[in-house]
Design a protein around this ligand. Structure first.
Ligand code: CUA
Length: 157
């Protein structure tokens, strides 16, 4: 009889704890849902189908305005696609980058361009290249043996 009661007590305790846990989880999710949107926003993409999903099947520049471009890019082990891009000085580029494999970095030293490239997401960032020159895009997120060779160039002239 006594053991039975103890069991019941523990069972009740367990259910109460489960309830508390679910409540906390629910509140957490609700709080996140209420949070103001961050400037960084994502679209999702199937990482296994990046190479056949437009516009990433043809990575490169798309002119969308007066010296304004979308740059569709793929960061992969171990390189960036396309390998080189060229834009006129003053160009605003909206980078849209995704990865078919692991998390990569996307950084242009000397600018404030720095983001993570997460598989399954299209990561966005815009930058206006006022000064002509050769800008290196590097991966700053360790991604494997070829990590230090991951780079591409934007020529601004
Ligand atoms: Cu990609 Cu490091």
């Amino acid at each position: 009889m006594n053991i039975h009661r103890l069991e019941k007590m523990w069972l009740t305790f367990g259910l109460v704890m489960l309830g508390v846990f679910l409540l906390v989880l629910g509140i957490g999710t609700f709080a996140r849902g209420m949070a103001p949107p961050t400037s960084e926003h994502h679209h999702s993409i199937d990482p296994e189908k990046v190479m056949e999903t437009p516009p990433f099947d043809k990575p490169g520049l798309e002119k969308i305005g007066d010296n304004e471009y979308n740059a569709y890019m793929v960061a992969l082990a171990f390189g960036f696609n396309p390998e080189k891009m060229e834009v006129p000085a003053g160009a605003t580029i909206h980078f849209q980058v995704t990865s078919p494999d692991v998390v990569h970095g996307f950084q242009i030293p000397g600018t404030n361009v720095n983001m993570m490239v997460v598989p399954g997401q299209v990561n966005h960032l815009s930058y206006t290249f006022k000064k002509p020159g050769e800008y290196l895009i590097i991966c700053n997120e360790y991604c494997g043996v070829g990590h230090q060779f991951m780079a591409t160039t934007i020529i601004v002239k």
